[in-house]
Ligand binder design. Structure first.
Ligand code: HEM
Length: 420
């Protein structure tokens, strides 16, 4: 039997036998994501991937070390790079859209941006949304009550965080469809397979999104209301280096973008796990007060952010491996969260896991997710409403569970729920 013989047994992690085989753009990778990272962590925890042309960091301690050293690891280019044509059309790397991305900026600019937003994004801004999230969940679940069946990705997981982030920022519900389209286009902006017309469409969406958020900022500067944009406008008035309306609008666009696809994927992933491990769902239905304490474990286990990028500003040593100056690095939160040295039996969703809160699903250090309290609130409230109203909820047994082919964000294509 030769290696090319179709009858030859295939190793489940055959594409990871050597870093040169590591390829997150293949279906095999998506089918065996955790196995791939397990092998990497054991065999070559920090390795160079020729396919991605960057270094991959997979162990919990190493991921954390990268995240807590923004001097050695710059966030310039933390998200996947835009195609050159889109970058040109939106004004280049120093244009207003690219310059106002919190996640991509380094101190001191990052500190200036973040301080103002952090000051405005108070626990009150988050907690005022709880009744609205509850009501939204109930109304989105109405179909389930009537039809006894719901495709939850489109029917619940996507719209709930989208409408919530809109309400946080002060975007009227009627504009949510535009926000969704602009966001989806912005996410496509790094897809090298886009043709020239597609790139123009995407660039226009990014410009429209930015313009809309800047206009909204001007509106709330003139007519303050109870929302985050008004609070940011207010917070920067006594600042030594106040943010311009363009900066507030651009940064708000980033918050909207970061704040819904992620939460949507987390809810889908968590529902799938809980309904597959039925005893956990039943335990939460019997004791809904346990949901709040388990949110960090849901994030650790099903956190959708696989990893983001950094750029080494100098040579950095990890054991025997040196990441060279200027190299790009993929820090994989997901691999860190499944490192057995930190979280024993990591594939198990353990509602009582004592150190679940140490997960990396929301990042770590200066770029730690600014929306973390909102992300946790959305998940808690959605699960509280669902366990209360539909304890008999189950997965449609006929469906095939498939993930979206997105290597930085792990989310389901669809999830059909049924009830009696
Ligand atoms: C389950 C939901 C969420 C997940 C998994 C998630 C994940 C993350 C991660 C991993 C980072 C760190 C990025 C880095 O290391 O470079 C981050 C940062 C960020 N997140 Fe979230 N996030 C979620 C929800 C939200 C929400 C609801 C908002 C907005 C309200 C938000 C806004 C942001 C922003 C603006 C940053 C950049 C912060 C900075 O660079 O200082 N995220 N998020």
């Amino acid at each position: 039997m030769t290696q090319n013989d179709p009858a030859a047994p295939t190793c489940p992690v055959h594409h990871m036998r050597g870093p040169e085989k590591f390829n997150p753009f293949t279906p095999q990778y998506h089918a065996n994501l955790y196995g791939t990272f397990d092998t990497a962590r054991e065999e070559q925890p920090v390795f160079f991937s020729p396919v991605m042309n960057l270094w991959v960091v997979t162990r919990y301690d190493d991921v954390k070390a990268v995240l807590k050293d923004p001097e050695a690891f710059s966030s310039a280019g933390a998200v996947a790079p835009l195609t050159p044509e889109i970058l040109r059309l939106i004004g280049g790397p120093d244009g207003p859209i690219q310059r106002t991305a919190l996640v991509n900026s380094d101190p001191p600019l990052h500190t200036r941006f973040r301080n103002t937003f952090q000051k405005a994004f108070t626990p009150r801004q988050v907690s005022r949304l709880e009744p609205e999230i509850r009501e939204l969940t109930q109304s989105l679940l109405a179909d389930l009550g009537t039809n006894k069946r719901l495709e939850a990705v489109q029917g619940l997981c996507d719209p709930l965080p989208l409408l919530t982030i809109c309400r946080l920022m002060g975007v009227p519900d009627k504009d949510a469809a535009d926000i969704k389209r602009w966001s989806a286009d912005s996410i496509r902006a790094s897809n090298p397979a886009l043709d020239i017309e597609g790139q123009r469409v995407v660039a226009q969406s990014m410009i429209d999104f930015y313009t809309y958020m800047v206009e909204l900022t001007r509106h709330y500067a003139a007519h303050p209301a109870e929302n985050l944009i008004s609070a940011v406008v207010e917070a920067q008035t006594d600042s030594e280096e106040p943010l311009s309306f363009e900066e507030i609008g651009g940064l708000s666009r980033g918050l909207v973008l970061a704040g819904h696809e992620t939460s949507a994927a987390l809810l889908g992933n968590t529902l799938q796990t809980l309904l597959t491990q039925r005893e956990l769902w039943d335990a939460l239905c019997a004791h809904p007060e346990r949901i709040s304490g388990a949110v960090d474990e849901f994030l650790r286990h099903g956190g959708p952010a696989v990893g983001l990028f950094r750029q080494a500003t100098r040579d950095v040593q990890f054991g025997e491996v040196t990441i060279p100056k200027n190299a790009r690095v993929w820090v994989t939160y997901l691999a860190g969260n499944h490192d057995p040295a930190q979280f024993p039996d990591p594939q198990r969703l353990d509602l009582e896991r004592p150190n679940a809160a140490n997960h990396l699903s929301l990042g770590y250090g200066i770029h730690y997710c600014i929306g973390a309290p909102l992300a946790k609130l959305e998940l808690r409230v959605a699960l509280e409403e669902m366990t209360k109203r539909y304890p008999g909820l189950r997965l449609d047994a006929e469906q095939e569970i498939e993930h979206r082919p997105n290597f930085v964000m792990r989310g389901l294509k669809q999830l059909v729920l049924v009830t009696d």
